[in-house]
Design a protein around this ligand. Structure first.
Ligand code: HEM
Length: 578
């Protein structure tokens, strides 16, 4: 066995033994949380329960080269801390495994600590792992759902293995893909085929997800990151925050003024505006995008989210961190998992298992009803978005889902204090004490909450209309972020309304860049996209909304096709029995 344990020190600079790939695989098979950062092997087992970014963020990186995700999401201090968890290094380019949480399987040692021979990466094996993972999820779901069939993951892996990896042209894709097309045995298979056709069209716009192409993209992305740092785009513009704070104060003041005059609707309107605007600064703080100090920004975030808004920053972080790592993946990204109300991929109709919520998202009677109408109900459902966020926040805080130990453990208590404070000033002070009767109280609560709806539209807008395909383990972080996220084109004077969410794709590439520098970063990102041939999705607000509604309508139509296929099958089976 190659040298796999211990480390040596050379002249103060620590150097680590080279770990063979097979050794790393065996460690993961033993349940170790091992990933690669800057050519070093990091083992995070001991750290997982202390991790401010949550355990799931780490689990999605196991077996992968996490350099870009890690550098994008951590402060320099955290990066230094991570170095303490190094156990070895690798030589050459790392070929990603599919992480166990996503269904990857790993070979253990064969006995007496011995390892089998090193084996080349096999796309077929990964493909089989993904398929089996989906199968388990679907069979967990219920026998109602059609047989687990061809899914986008599988289609894309085949593409990668076939023509796409070599030439990336639409023609070669078709031949590789069509050869693998199964007969439409049931509704899901039929939808899979339709979706694959769309994906083919979509993916012909992107560079092929083969290792060499993706490595070249990563190289340019890292140069871009260095340029961004050297141009000072990580420096926070505190003056811009002073302007933000005056705007928030104005809205809050107007809310109090109208409340005093008993103009409840106007008062509720300004409270809604106040909350709508606050969300953007809570988002900045949650990403350490203000002071770049984890504790300072988290406290700012908790004051805004919990004390002033009644929402849990910790819940948001846990959810949002995973979203940033597995963006738009139907099984893994909580930001697109909104069953029974919305499905943005037909794959949700098969009863997928969410690795985030750790349960099956059933395609039940309620889902069938809502999804068939989702393009009509989109804005109506979003009106209630904030009420749902209270529910999720309390569940998070009561269940203690955040880190229980370490630097972030005390945040939970500050958040609980924040919730008590919020319900004291809002629930008791305003709704109960300052408003005389039940009807006006009801109107005040409804109006103030409904006015925040644009933020829910803004959040979903960036991703709902974008690709949900899985291009396999070789796709680079920057390409994945740009393929799954879109930006909104708006004039600078409207930036305050969009609160930075209009630069969502740029934000996904570099999550810690302060919000007020995103517009300046846009030019550099556009240059990068042109250079590497990745389309930069930029739509007007209205156009973006149309795309989202269009996607929802597509999936609603697919749901209707599925229902039809299933009823035909049922009739056929019924006939058979008789
Ligand atoms: C041993 C390994 C790791 C260590 C020591 C570590 C350490 C930390 C620390 C100290 C923070 C607090 C924020 C900061 O100061 O930057 C943090 C946040 C975070 N980490 Fe890690 N981390 C590790 C692995 C990972 C991995 C593999 C990922 C996945 C890409 C990840 C994702 C995140 C995220 C998303 C946050 C943001 C948390 C927040 O601000 O709410 N971390 N990590």
């Amino acid at each position: 066995m190659a040298a796999s344990t211990g480390s040596v020190k050379t002249g103060g600079e620590r150097s680590y033994p080279v770990l063979p790939r097979r050794e790393i695989e065996a460690l993961i098979a033993e349940g170790r949380k091992v990933f690669i950062v800057d050519q070093h092997v990091v083992k995070a087992d001991a750290w997982c329960k202390y991790h401010p970014g949550g355990d799931k963020a780490i689990l999605h990186m196991v077996g992968r080269d996490a350099t870009d995700e890690v550098n994008g999401l951590h402060s320099l201090d955290a990066r230094r801390m991570m170095d303490k968890y190094r156990i070895g290094r690798i030589e050459g380019r790392w070929k990603n495994f599919l992480p166990p949480i996503q269904g990857g399987r790993f070979r253990a040692r064969v006995g007496d600590g011995e390892l089998e021979q090193e084996e080349e990466y096999d796309a077929d094996l990964v493909l089989q792992q993904i398929r089996e993972h989906a199968t388990t999820a679907s069979s967990d779901a219920s026998s109602r759902s059609p047989s687990p069939t061809f899914d986008t993951n599988e289609a894309e892996l085949r593409n990668r293995k076939g023509g796409l990896a070599r030439s990336g042209s639409a023609t070669s894709l078709s031949s590789a893909d069509d050869a693998a097309t199964p007969a439409p045995a049931d509704g899901m298979a039929h939808l899979d085929i339709l979706t694959r056709k769309e994906i083919k069209l979509d993916l012909s716009k992107y560079p092929p997800p083969d290792p060499a192409t993706q490595e070249a993209i990563v190289e340019k992305y890292r140069l871009l990151h260095e340029r961004i740092k050297s141009e000072g785009l990580y420096d926070c513009n505190y003056y811009a925050y002073a302007v933000e704070v005056s705007r928030y104060t104005l809205f809050f003041g107007l809310m109090l003024l109208f409340l005093r005059w008993k103009w409840y609707v106007a008062s509720a309107f300004f409270l809604g505006c106040f909350w709508h605007q606050l969300v953007f600064t809570a988002h900045d703080a949650g990403h350490m995008g203000i002071t770049h100090n984890f504790q300072a920004d988290t406290v700012i975030g908790i004051i805004i989210a919990d004390f002033l808004g009644g929402l849990s920053l910790g819940w948001w972080k846990r959810n949002h961190n995973v979203h940033h790592i597995v963006t738009n993946s139907p099984e893994h990204d909580p930001d697109i998992e909104h069953m029974p109300f919305f499905a943005i991929s037909h794959r949700f109709l098969a009863g997928l298992r969410s690795t985030y919520y750790e349960h099956v998202m059933h395609y039940d009677a309620a889902a069938k009803f809502f999804i068939s109408l989702q393009h009509h109900l989109y804005y109506v459902v979003l009106l209630f978005g904030r009420f749902n966020l209270y529910r999720l926040s309390w569940m998070y805080l009561l269940a203690g889902q955040g880190p229980r130990k370490g630097v972030a453990a005390w945040h939970r208590w500050l958040e609980i204090a924040g919730q008590v404070c919020f319900w004291w000033w809002f629930g008791y002070g305003i709704v109960y004490k300052s408003i005389d009767n039940g009807w006006d109280r009801f109107v005040f609560v409804v109006v103030s909450h409904f006015v925040t709806t644009p933020v829910h539209v803004q959040i979903t807008l960036s991703h709902f209309a974008m690709s949900t395909a899985d291009l396999g383990v070789d796709e680079s972080f920057p390409q994945k972020m740009l393929r799954t996220t879109m930006d909104v084109d708006c004039p600078p004077w409207l930036d305050f309304f969009h609160g930075g969410l209009q630069f969502q794709a740029i934000h996904h590439l570099f999550p810690r860049i302060p919000r007020h520098n995103l517009r300046k970063t846009q030019g550099l990102v556009q240059e990068f996209c042109n250079e590497v041939g990745i389309p930069y999705a930029l739509y007007g607000f209205v156009e973006g909304n149309k795309h989202v509604i269009g996607r929802l309508a597509d999936v609603a139509r697919q749901a209707a096709i599925l229902a039809k296929c299933q009823s035909v099958l049922e009739k056929g089976e019924g006939g058979h029995h008789h």
